[in-house]
Design a protein around this ligand. Structure first.
Ligand code: NAD
Length: 430
């Protein structure tokens, strides 16, 4: 059993805190957001993440997990302090490190004895050294600490499963012993552990996300070509995916990637590359193709309806992907704003993200059922691949709409099935 502090109780920090507690450790989650800490103390889970409420309840009850706003409550007695604060994209593409700097400074003021600081947030290459420097500057001499980079690879929507069954653990440090001690926390998960230097560990995270984003932009470019030459990208991807060198995952053409990680991490890596005087041509293309997918989707809608003025558009899905309520960088935001700017009105439905979407889309009517969103609509745009939409009653969809037109931004449906219900089908790359 180890004594662990987790700084930041967001998607990564909260799931990590609950998981480390479930593995038998003594864990304190620390966040500056008083409301979040208050709701966690009441046993309420502030985010939609399958399996997380149960994990939190079990470990809060067992007394292995607690939450506080005070670093002093837990940092001095912790053997490990994980930094899980946000590192969002700043105006120039660079990662915004203000939360990390602030967390490192406050941690330093509360360190006692020997402590291992673990950078779990996605941080630019060189951040391990930066955190060490900040801590050194703000702490007294008798404190003994090491910094280990331990990037997180969980996916929202399956975060609990991903943290309990990771495909690898990556650790980087100048202090091999410290990295081994962090590795000991994970050994019970019986997964490959890669131990390397700080900068390589930091780069593994950026390179992994950039590679996945590249796969998505690659298949979206292939989709565009498919549309022009009369091929079906869904079949093409299936045929490609059987090749073990390629693999079937992340080969789904659609409206492109979104979320709190891929857009910001690809931009941050491109920024770092430029700062290092290299030319990130591929990364730039990946970003450009992704932005284009949103624009092209609205263009497709216009090609079908002509002018969008006074057209009523139903939108299914607001979250950036299924099984989450996270709206950060969701393609739905850009697509809906473009439709509204061109004179259309939007009625939208999402099973989980409605509340988070409301402040971002003040002109959009957020509906409480998918069928309510398309009542009298001129088109249905499917944005997020929730299971609920895959199983929709297409007959009812066709009956409710003024113009029976379905734009499938995720290639969720079989075109002939949609057409059999009297709807016009427009997919991506088919
Ligand atoms: P988040 O915004 O959901 O959570 C961050 C939390 O940190 C917030 O609750 C915030 O109040 C808190 N915080 C900010 N400054 C603080 C401080 N000084 N002290 C204490 N708490 C503070 O962010 P997230 O999605 O959990 O992401 C965290 C990091 O993990 C980011 O670097 C992200 O890139 C990375 N990451 C995220 C995911 C993901 O799917 N969300 C996956 C892998 C890696």
């Amino acid at each position: 059993m180890a004594r662990i502090s987790i700084i930041g109780s967001g998607y990564v920090g909260l799931v990590s805190a609950a998981a480390f507690a479930d593995l038998g450790n003594d864990v304190t989650g620390i966040d500056i957001d008083e409301n979040k800490v208050a709701s966690l103390r009441r046993g309420e889970c502030p985010i939609y993440e399958p399996g997380l409420p149960e994990l939190l309840t079990r470990n809060l009850k067992a007394g292995r997990l607690r939450f506080t706003t005070s670093y002093a409550d837990a940092v001095p007695d912790s053997e490990f302090v994980f930094i899980c604060v946000d590192t969002p994209q700043s105006f120039n593409g660079e990662a915004d490190m203000r939360a990390v700097r602030r967390a490192a400074t406050t941690i330093a003021q509360h360190l006692r004895g020997a402590t291992i600081l673990v950078n779990k947030s996605t941080m630019p290459i060189g951040s391990g050294d930066l955190v060490a420097k900040i801590v050194k500057e703000h702490t007294c001499d008798e404190v003994n600490f090491s910094v280990v980079s331990n990037p997180e690879f969980l996916r929202e929507g399956s975060a609990v499963h991903d943290v309990m069954h990771p495909e690898r653990i990556v650790l980087g440090s100048d202090d091999r012993q410290a990295a081994e001690k962090v590795a000991d926390l994970y050994r019970v998960l019986q997964t490959p552990i890669v131990i390397t230097d700080l900068r390589s560990a930091e780069m593994i995270k950026y390179a992994s996300n950039a590679f996945l984003a590249t796969k998505i932009s690659f298949i979206n470019e292939i989709a565009r070509i498919c549309e022009r030459v009369g091929a079906d990208v869904t079949v093409v991807a299936k045929g490609m995916g059987h090749d073990a060198r390629i693999g079937p995952l992340f080969l789904e053409a659609g409206i492109g990637y979104g979320g709190s990680c891929f857009p910001k991490d690809v931009s941050a890596l491109a920024y770092m590359a430029e700062e290092a005087n290299t030319h990130p041509q591929l990364l730039r293309a990946v970003i450009e193709i992704n932005n284009d997918q949103r624009r092209r989707f609205v263009q497709k809608l216009q090609e079908q309806l002509g002018d969008l003025t006074d057209r009523q558009i139903g939108v299914w899905g607001l979250a950036f992907k299924q099984n989450t309520d996270d709206m950060r960088e969701s393609p739905a935001i850009d697509i809906i704003r473009m439709i509204e700017q061109r004179g259309g009105t939007v009625r939208a439905y999402d099973p989980a993200a409605a509340e988070n979407a409301r402040p971002l889309l003040p002109n959009t009517t957020i509906c409480s059922s998918p069928y309510d969103a398309i009542d009298g609509a001129d088109a249905l745009c499917v944005i997020t691949p929730w299971n609920e939409f895959k199983q929709a009653n297409l007959g009812r969809v066709a009956e409710l709409m003024r113009t029976p037109l379905l734009l499938d931004g995720r290639n969720l449906y079989d075109p002939s099935d949609v057409q059999a219900h009297g709807l016009t089908y427009v997919g991506i790359g088919r």
